[in-house]
Design a protein around this ligand. Sequence first.
Ligand code: PGA
Length: 236
Amino acid sequence: MKRLVVANWKMNFSLTDAIDCCKNISKSIMSPSKSRTIIACPSIYLSYLQGHFKDLIFASQDVTKSRYNYGEATGEISAKMIYDLGVKYSIIGHSYRRIYHNETNEIVKTKAENCINHNITPIICVGEPESVRKNNMHLQYIEKQLQESIPTSSSFILAYEPIWSIGTGNLPTILQLKEVFSLIENIIAKHVTLLYGGSVNSQNIDLIKNVNQIDGLLLGKASLNSLELKQIIENW
Ligand code: PGA
């Protein structure tokens, strides 16, 4: 896959703001852009945005861990449901969900498998908390996350997002990135697309470009400003 930019809108934007952002982004994607862009919008907007912006690619931010396509899982959305809308990607195991919804590696793996079973490519997130990094145990931590959360099939995208970098403005150094991405490359299949996420913005992408193992970016805050997002898409 060519260079990729994934916009994780999280629980942001009114539908009107989401439509405005998509209109702005469509223009920049129409112009020759070096990267492919996927917008992970709130699930409730997927149907509308997918129907109205045929030139854009959308993702869900999560799917249920239930093995059933339909059933009693109140409030949940199955991989089958988003597949039926034409959605091809879903973020799985974002640190917010791992921390606040108690998603273990095993749950992340189940969700990723549910996606793959419905031809949806999971964008699986891993990354260590600050305390683990401070104790210099990050490589062991990430290795365990990889071993326990990635499915046997290699049709997934992997995002490394150190928790201490998400929303903090603290970007890892090039050496720190190279160390982790080398570990990831040693553990997972070679053709898997690898993303970095955590405090990425238009000013620091040149630094990330120095790490040649990184194919793409997972953006949070920067994806909520369409000018900023356009700049990143065009320059990545
Ligand atoms: P951030 O978030 O870019 O705002 O740090 C990244 C993420 O949570 O995916």
